[in-house]
Design a protein around this ligand. Structure first.
Ligand SMILES: NC(=O)c1ccc[n+]([C@@H]2O[C@H](COP(=O)([O-])OP(=O)(O)OC[C@H]3O[C@@H](n4cnc5c(N)ncnc54)[C@H](O)[C@@H]3O)[C@@H](O)[C@H]2O)c1
Length: 245
C-alpha cells in the first residue's frame, strides 16, 4: 500500500527537500506550490494557498490522483520584514492567510480522508518564531505562534480517530527565504549585509550555522514515520539552542 502526502511550498527550499525525502521513502506526493516545478519531486500542482479555493483544489487533486490522503505537510511561507509602524496591512493579511489559515483549511478539507486513512498525520513546518519573537517580523511571528495553537487543537480532536498533528520549529535554514531577507534586515537594522548573518540572524542561536533543508526533511520524515507514534500536539524544536537561554 502506497501512502499519499500533500506537501505545500514544495518547489523550493524546505518543502522541496521534504517532497524529495518522502518520494525517496516511497510516498505518493502532491507537490503544491504557487509556482510549481514540473521537474521537481512528486506530482506538481499549482495553487494559491492564500485563498480558500486554492486549499480546496489542492486537497481534491490529491484525492483524485492518489485515491487517499494519509499526511499533510503545510510548509509554504514567506517573510516580510518591517517595523510595526509601517508594516504593510496587505502583507499582514497574506502572512496570516498562508502561515495560519492555509494549514487550518487543508486540515478541514482533508479531515475525513485523514480519518479514513486510520493513521492520518499532519506535520506543520512552523518556526522557532512560533516560540519566540524577533523585531520587525510582527506578521510572521504572530502567524507562527498561532499555528502551534492550531496544531494542539488538531491533536486533541484527531486523537480519537488516529489523526496526529505536530510541528517542527527550525532556526534559520539555508533557503531562498532567508537569503532574500538579508538585504531587508540590513535596511531595517541599518547595517551592511555582510554583518547581518552573524550579528542578527545567528546571534540568538548557540550553534553558529544555518540548518540545511535536508535536516528539516529528516525531522518531518521521522514525525511521519512509525517510530513517532506518541508525537502529537507538540512541536519538535530544532533551533540550534536558540530557546535554551
Ligand atoms: N528558511 C528558514 O530559515 C526557515 C526557518 C524556520 C521556518 N521556516 C519555514 O519553512 C517554510 C518554508 O520556507 P523556505 O525557507 O523553504 O522558503 P522558500 O521561499 O524557499 O519556499 C517557499 C515556497 O512557498 C511557496 N509559496 C509562497 N507563497 C505561496 C502561496 N500563496 N501559495 C502556494 N505556495 C506559496 C513559494 O513559491 C516557495 O516555493 C515556511 O513556512 C517558513 O516560514 C523557514
Amino acid at each position: 500500500m502506497t501512502e499519499a502526502a500533500l506537501v505545500t511550498g514544495a518547489a523550493s527550499g524546505i518543502g522541496r527537500a521534504i517532497a524529495e525525502r518522502l518520494v525517496a521513502d516511497g510516498w505518493d506526493v502532491l507537490a503544491v506550490d504557487f509556482t510549481p516545478d514540473e521537474d521537481g519531486p512528486g506530482e506538481a500542482f499549482a495553487a494559491d494557498l492564500t485563498t480558500r479555493e486554492g486549499n480546496r483544489v489542492a486537497v481534491d487533486a490529491a484525492l483524485e490522483r492518489f485515491g487517499r490522503l494519509d499526511a499533510l505537510v503545510p510548509n509554504a511561507g514567506f517573510q516580510h520584514v518591517s517595523p510595526v509602524e509601517s508594516f504593510d496591512e496587505d502583507r499582514w493579511d497574506a502572512l496570516v492567510a498562508l502561515l495560519l489559515t492555509s494549514p487550518f483549511l487543508l486540515a478541514r478539507y482533508a479531515w475525513s480522508a485523514l480519518r479514513e486513512s486510520g493513521n492520518g498525520r499532519i506535520v506543520v513546518v512552523a518556526s522557532v518564531h512560533g516560540l519566540v519573537a524577533s523585531p520587525f517580523k510582527a506578521g510572521y511571528v504572530s502567524a507562527k505562534h498561532g499555528v502551534l495553537g492550531l496544531v494542539k487543537t488538531l491533536a486533541l480532536e484527531g486523537a480519537p480517530t488516529g489523526i496526529r498533528a505536530s510541528a517542527v520549529c527550525p532556526g534559520y535554514v539555508r533557503t531562498p527565504l532567508v537569503e532574500e531577507q538579508i538585504a531587508d534586515q540590513a535596511r531595517a537594522h541599518g547595517m551592511p549585509e555582510e554583518r547581518v548573518l552573524e550579528e542578527v540572524l545567528l546571534a540568538p542561536q548557540a550553534l553558529k550555522r544555518m540548518l540545511e533543508p535536508s535536516e528539516v526533511a529528516d525531522a518531518v520524515a521521522y514525525l511521519l514515520g512509525p517510530r513517532a507514534a506518541v508525537f502529537t500536539g507538540a512541536p519538535l524544536v530544532m533551533d540550534g539552542g536558540w530557546t535554551a537561554r
